[in-house]
Write a protein that binds this ligand. Sequence first.
Ligand SMILES: [Ca+2]
Ligand SMILES: [Ca+2]
Length: 171
Amino acid sequence: MNKHLLALGGLALLAACGARPPSQPQWNPYSALEPRDENYHGGPGAALQKYDANKDGTLILAELTAGLRAEFDQYDTAKTGCLSPEQVAAINQARVQADQSTATPLQDWNQDGCVSFQEFATAPASLFDELDVNHDGKVTAQEFDRAAGRGGRGEPGRGDNEPGRGGRGRP
Ligand SMILES: [Ca+2]
Ligand SMILES: [Ca+2]
């Protein structure tokens, strides 16, 4: 008898569970995204520092363009001026593996099945613009430091005076 009751109880429990399917989380475009660790691999500027070809600490636009061109040509083995969707997928996979949440995937912006050099360079070029705070066409060591949140070597707190930053906590 007790066994039967137990079994019944178990069934009732199962039924209760069955009546309430695990609630589906509401779809949210942001819920699946890990919060970006902006300082992963040294901050957002670190991705561009490798293009500082002469290693003087300052990245000029010409260095960035040359570096990106060389990279693009390396991928564009067929010399078509296009990266195919398969190549793009492979590059993006490698980028995600290397940089995790800070990876910048390649985008075929005009969806013509080809990532052109222009499309290849879009993200780094806009990052360059962002880092080049005084818009003189160079990202200096100070500007890299600022991007990394170091506020300038030996000048702690300098970065805090930057307009537009430090707005955390304000409505
Ligand atoms: Ca394209
Ligand atoms: Ca600058």
